[in-house]
Design a protein. Structure first.
Ligand SMILES: Cc1ncc(COP(=O)(O)O)c(CN[C@@H](CS)C(=O)O)c1O
Length: 411
């Protein structure tokens, strides 16, 4: 991996050169969606300019080039998460669709009335609502692992819930609100010891941490391209081969079939059984370019850089009187996401002032984790999040903006 300075990396992201309200853009909302390097943008343009064609069907050069490019991207992604085979990488639209695919295809066939599904209090709505719908469809029941005051899962209660032999356990690898990195490998081992199947929501971990799905022994692992320097409209479901082979298709249509008769059809092999219709071709190829970019930096560098920025941010934010930070203090238990409140200033007002006064873009709201807001008894939080292009100067601008907000509201 090439050691590159922050200035060198930032030069790769055209949007970071723009201004907002006459000030340089300070983008601190990568947890919502990351910015895109020029190499990803150019890769997608080149597809449209040079070999735009549908895949799997055309027996002509540019269609074969497009098909090969999509399958090369799939192999890159499989290697990036250390999947045994690229057939275990199913392209979806995003993390949400990946989780819904499992809830419908695996869930409908394997979850029955009275079965227990275990989730956690820190889940994103995308890893909560699909399981609520499954429980309503099947008569299964949901139980939740609570979160401690400092943003960690109650492992003692997780162990207690395991004694009830849940059929399915689903939890996030890293919280999009608290930054908490859960001990996924050991939680999966304990789940497997009682015969549970485990889905991991990797939307915030694959972009920021080295992930090895075989070492974790995850049964299903889900993530989105747009959070990891790739385009929107492309996500991934990773699954153990035997599970994916046994699952019925999620959507019916072209490409996912082998033979079609009027009354019945047979299915294509993995991964195409789960990829009905024309795929997001440019987006899959773009995600492959995003993986190239991350591999060039190295994920160990990525998480180390984010820990440096997070440590600096935690230190600077704690200088601000009246500011409350949610989530673990220990760096090794968290990633580059900091949720906070500042006195009784509504997070939406904070975000507006930061945008207008210092060009800083943060997220304010419930972050699609309303049960977690309820657990901390807050209506909303402000949230700053970091990525490969974030610098300590970005954090300084955030602190300056928060101090400005305090002045404005201290009238
Ligand atoms: C842990 C976690 N799990 C699932 C999702 C959904 O990702 P999609 O690409 O939208 O399907 C997200 C996306 N969270 C964004 C949008 S709410 C955030 O600002 O926090 C996530 O963080």
């Amino acid at each position: 991996h090439r050691a590159r300075s922050a200035a060198e990396i930032r030069a790769d992201f055209p949007i970071l050169a723009r201004q907002v309200h006459g000030k340089p853009l300070v983008y601190l909302d990568s947890t919502a969606s990351s910015q895109k390097p020029q190499s990803v943008i150019e890769t997608m343009n080149t597809y449209y300019q040079s070999y735009n064609a549908n895949v799997h069907r055309g027996v002509y050069e540019i269609s074969e080039e497009a098909t090969a490019a999509v399958e090369r991207a799939r192999v890159k992604i499989a290697r990036f998460i250390h999947a045994r085979h690229s057939k275990q990488v199913i392209f979806t639209r995003n993390t949400t669709e990946s989780i819904n695919l499992v809830a419908y295809s695996w869930g409908n066939a394997n979850i029955h009335s009275g079965d227990l599904i275990v989730l956690t209090e820190m889940e994103h709505h995308s890893n909560l609502v699909p399981w609520q719908l499954l429980a309503q469809r099947t008569g299964a029941r949901l139980e939740f692992v609570p979160v401690t005051e400092d943003g960690l899962l109650r492992q003692d209660i997780y162990d207690e819930l395991l004694t009830y032999h849940p059929r399915l356990i689903a939890f996030t690898h890293m919280s999009n609100v608290l930054g908490t990195i859960n001990p996924v490998q050991e939680m999966i081992a304990r789940a497997h010891a009682v015969g549970a199947t485990v889905l991991v929501d990797g939307a915030q971990s694959v972009p920021h941490l080295p992930v090895d799905v075989q070492a974790l022994d995850a049964d299903f692992y889900c993530f989105s391209g747009h959070k990891m320097l790739g385009p929107t409209g492309i996500g991934v479901l990773y699954g153990k081969r035997e599970l994916l082979e046994a699952m019925p298709p999620f959507m019916g249509g072209g490409d996912m079939i082998r033979t079609v008769k009027l009354q019945a059809s047979t299915w294509n092999d993995l991964p195409w059984k789960f990829e009905a219709g024309t795929p997001a071709i440019a987006e899959a190829i773009g995600l492959g370019a995003a993986v190239d970019y991350l591999n060039d930096l190295g994920m160990e560098w990525v998480i180390e850089h984010e820990h440096e920025i997070t440590a600096y941010a935690l230190e600077r934010l704690q200088e601000i009187p009246g500011l409350t930070i949610y989530g673990p203090r220990a760096l090794e238990q968290r990633g580059g996401v900091i949720s906070f409140t500042l006195g009784d200033i509504h997070p939406h007002d904070l975000a507006s002032i930061l945008d207008q006064e210092v060009g800083v873009a943060i997220r304010a709201g419930h972050h699609c984790a309303q049960p977690l807001m309820e657990r901390y008894d807050v209506a909303a939080t402000a949230r700053a999040s970091f990525y490969v292009y974030t610098t300590t100067e970005d954090v300084d601008a955030l602190v300056q903006g928060l101090q400005k907000a305090q002045q404005i509201f201290s009238f």
